[in-house]
Design a protein around this ligand. Structure first.
Ligand code: S3P
Length: 432
């Protein structure tokens, strides 16, 4: 599907963007390990999280959808069923990596594959430390790429230094740690999103967290997990697109409701504020042990360029492409480094942004681990490609709202992965 986006006057109103993708995945994967039932309110129904739902049903987990609630009956650590066929992980890195940790400690065989994008993404980062724990995983390119097979086996605890600060790797190892002998410890130079730890804590897991120069989380196996009730807040990664539109468009005023503001996730909002963005957190409260706020965003005519470094990346890893697009309109230079992880996301997001911006006549320098660009550049319009990446499609749609001529986005249907209602919501809040 090709989507054409025109210039608009401003953004006004209120939005409750869809629920958080990371927490929705975990609300099935982790609660399936419990002894007893869990409920999930506001589960995200989008491509990636529906993949998780299907996969866990194929692993024998009973998941019942009621009106607003999902009921998940946990299988108590080892009660999963051997899947009859290859498990299709679609486009979802989170489902794949967390599930690898879970399957490694079961007592059956499973095979996993995914779409064109997922089959290119590195799985060695999870498979290798799991192998250290005793996992039997094999696959394409020396066991680094999907399709992968897992023969469940007895695992032992490990001590892993998570240099890339990948929450997916950390989560996979913590899940495997629940099924392993002794203690499993993950240490991070910069803390990655901690939804897995928070949820496991709520489920009564034997988990210990220490924070000093580094972040350290340890899990000890052997404890039964209890079912919990979860209410999923709105996804800050989805809210970010509308916040960007509101700061860029004159007269805009937007209230983004019920947004997760966990400090391991809200880096985009903090940096945008540092750039001069008019952003306020209101009505701060807690939902399912996670901090939540309504975010009030207004037109911000005095945006300044910014420097983003390695330590800033984890809390805004999925929002870097969008920040680059906003920076094209800020005053002065923006320099982003330490973001090499962007090259192995749903697409090579550095390349995707640089190629598309160049097609629109924007000057930008590509670095191996980021970009350098000058602000206050005019967007003339033209055609871009989403590279079948949901966040690239949504980011360039936002840029279309301030473009002199239309921006056409190829493969715009990819928004379904995290935000199926994106274009409907956009229509709701734009003033033409
Ligand atoms: C996620 C972790 C991040 C993020 C992804 C979701 C998660 O990936 O980019 O969209 O839910 O744990 P990495 O673990 O590869 O950094």
């Amino acid at each position: 599907m090709e989507k054409e986006i025109h210039k608009v006057k401003s953004i006004k109103g209120e939005l409750r963007v869809p629920s958080d993708k990371s927490i929705s995945h975990r609300s099935i994967i982790l609660t399936s390990l419990a002894k007893g039932e869990s409920t999930v309110k506001n589960f995200l129904k989008a491509g990636d999280t529906l993949t998780t739902l299907n996969v866990y049903r194929k692993l024998g987990v009973t998941i019942i959808e009621e009106k607003e609630i999902m009921r998940i009956t946990g299988v108590n650590l080892y009660g999963y069923r051997e899947p009859e066929d290859v498990l299709d992980m679609g486009n979802s890195g989170t489902t794949t990596r967390l599930t690898l940790g879970l399957l490694a400690g079961q007592s059956f065989f499973a095979t996993l594959t995914g779409d064109d994008s997922l089959r290119k993404r590195p799985m060695g980062r999870v498979a290798n430390p799991l192998r250290e724990m005793g996992a039997l995983i094999d696959g394409r390119k020396n066991g680094e790429l999907l399709p992968l097979s897992v023969r469940g086996s007895k695992l032992k605890g490990t001590n892993f230094y998570n240099k890339k600060s990948s929450a997916q790797v950390k989560s996979a190892l913590l899940i495997a740690g629940l099924l392993a002998e002794d203690i499993t410890t993950v240490v991070e130079p910069v803390m990655s999103r901690d939804h897995t730890e928070k949820m496991l804590e709520a489920m009564d897991a034997d988990i210990k967290i220490e924070k000093d120069n580094e972040y350290r989380v340890s899990i000890t196996s052997g404890k039964e997990l209890k079912g919990i009730d979860i209410e999923v807040p709105a996804d800050p990664s989805s809210a970010a697109f509308f916040a960007a539109a509101a700061v860029l468009l004159p007269d805009s005023e937007l209230l983004l409701k019920d947004v997760l503001i966990n400090p391991t996730r809200d880096g985009f909002f903090r940096k945008l504020k540092e750039m001069g963005g008019k952003i306020e957190y209101t009505n701060i409260r807690e939902k399912a042990k996670e901090p939540v706020a309504d975010i009030y965003v207004r037109y911000s005519p005095d945006l300044r360029g910014i420097k983003i470094e390695k330590k800033d990346i984890p809390s805004m890893v999925d929002e870097i492409p969008l920040l680059i697009l906003v920076a094209t309109q800020a005053d002065g230079e923006t320099v982003i480094t330490g973001a090499e992880e962007l090259r192995v996301k749903e697409s090579d997001r550095i390349k995707a942004v640089v190629n598309n911006l160049k097609n629109l006549g924007i000057e930008i320098e590509e670095l191996p681990d980021g970009v350098i660009l000058k602000g206050k550049q005019k967007i003339k319009g033209g055609t871009v490609d989403s590279y079948k990446d949901h966040r690239i499609a949504m980011g360039f749609s936002i840029l279309g709202l301030i473009s002199e001529e239309d921006i056409k986005i190829k493969n715009a249907e990819s928004v379904f992965i995290s935000y199926p209602e994106f274009y409907d919501h956009l229509e709701k809040v734009v003033v033409t």
